[in-house]
Design a protein around this ligand. Structure first.
Ligand code: HEC
Length: 105
């Protein structure tokens, strides 16, 4: 193998290692995995077809507020979300809100 090829390979594997180790991922894969359980009611990636509100493309702050309110049992009119929201930490709720806000409507 030529010397330049070895250098190129070394540079490439360093780039791959950096990409894998990078804490800033283009997509939050963990949040995407959590979001899969929301899809049963809110549609794939939050694009609801039915009466349950869509989540895709809504403002992160609005989604997060609704999730945190739901976790606290508010409003009293909630039918299911108070139960779901309780199952997640605040950090998970924030990452879910972030994930859904970035999905195309
Ligand atoms: C069993 C069905 C079901 C599942 C699963 C579910 N939701 Fe919901 N969600 C609802 C319903 C129904 C509402 C309307 C409020 C209510 O009645 O609780 C709602 C409302 C919401 C709202 C408020 C939306 C708005 O614009 O008013 C958010 C945000 C939300 N859900 C997020 C989530 C997230 C995130 C998950 C997954 C962790 C999830 N939901 C899983 C049924 C579900």
């Amino acid at each position: 193998m030529s010397k330049s090829r070895v250098v190129l390979l070394a540079a490439l594997s360093a780039a791959v290692a950096t990409a894998i180790a990078s804490p800033v991922l283009a997509q939050d894969y963990k949040a995407r995995a959590w979001a899969a359980s929301c899809a049963a009611c809110h549609g794939t990636n939050g694009r609801s077809e039915g009466e349950i509100p869509a989540l895709a493309g809504k403002k992160k702050e609005d989604l997060l507020k609704k999730l945190k309110d739901a976790k606290a049992g508010e409003p009293k009119s909630l039918t299911v979300m108070h139960q779901h929201a309780k199952g997640y930490t605040d950090e998970q709720l924030e990452r879910l809100a972030d994930y859904f806000s970035k999905q195309p409507k």
